[in-house]
Design a protein around this ligand. Structure first.
Ligand code: ZN
Length: 196
């Protein structure tokens, strides 16, 4: 069996690599599920409140896509693979796909908030699993955690103030995760194929 150096290093530092990869894959699938659901939801939001919530969702949607793209390279470095899943099996919010023609904002907000809380919980767990052991994954999941907390704050602010102005673009999206996007492929890992 070929060696997977990144995985060996992580295991050597005391992390259960298999569990870590499972958690990372779960999050990656949830992120793309959120992106999918947000893309549908934004088409169903109407009225002043709907327009305002759409601005929040648009920013969260772009950042969740970035989270997915930032997670994938680390999953592959650790010898993990993403499952080829049909859209119906996506995690995150996509299980709630039966959208009415006009989404009811008061009804949809608790669902979005619950998903945001779940994301914060999951990335907090990933920080705990990797803290002081797997610095590379820790830095990544901490960066995503910062942005997931921001999503939660946007929704809570919306809930508190109604159709308030969400900071209009251009504003910086993914201020914490950008550093992990478009990173050069690690040369040392090219010659090493990890077990599927
Ligand atoms: Zn996310």
């Amino acid at each position: 069996m070929t060696r997977c150096v990144a995985r060996e290093l992580v295991e050597g530092s005391g992390v259960d690599a298999e569990r870590l990869v499972d958690l990372l894959v779960e999050r990656a699938v949830a992120e793309v599920g959120n992106y999918y659901y947000y893309t549908l939801l934004r088409r169903h939001l109407v009225g002043v409140e709907g327009d305002a919530l759409r601005r929040v969702i648009d920013d969260a949607r772009e950042e969740d896509r970035n989270h997915f793209e930032a997670l994938v390279p680390r999953i592959y470095e650790l010898g993990g693979r993403l499952p080829a899943v049909p859209a119906t099996a996506l995690g995150g919010l996509s299980g709630l796909r039966d959208l009415p023609a006009e989404a009811d904002v008061p009804q949809i907000l608790p669902v979005l908030l619950k998903a945001a809380e779940e994301s914060v919980r999951a990335y907090t767990e990933l920080c705990s699993v990797t803290s002081g052991k797997d610095h590379r994954t820790y830095n990544l999941v901490l960066a995503i955690l910062h942005e997931e907390i921001a999503h939660q704050v946007w929704l809570l602010e919306f809930l508190g103030r109604g159709a308030m102005e969400h900071p209009a673009r251009p504003r910086e999206l993914s201020p914490f995760v950008t550093q992990f996007l478009h990173a050069p492929r690690p040369v040392a890992l090219k010659s090493v194929s990890c077990p599927a």
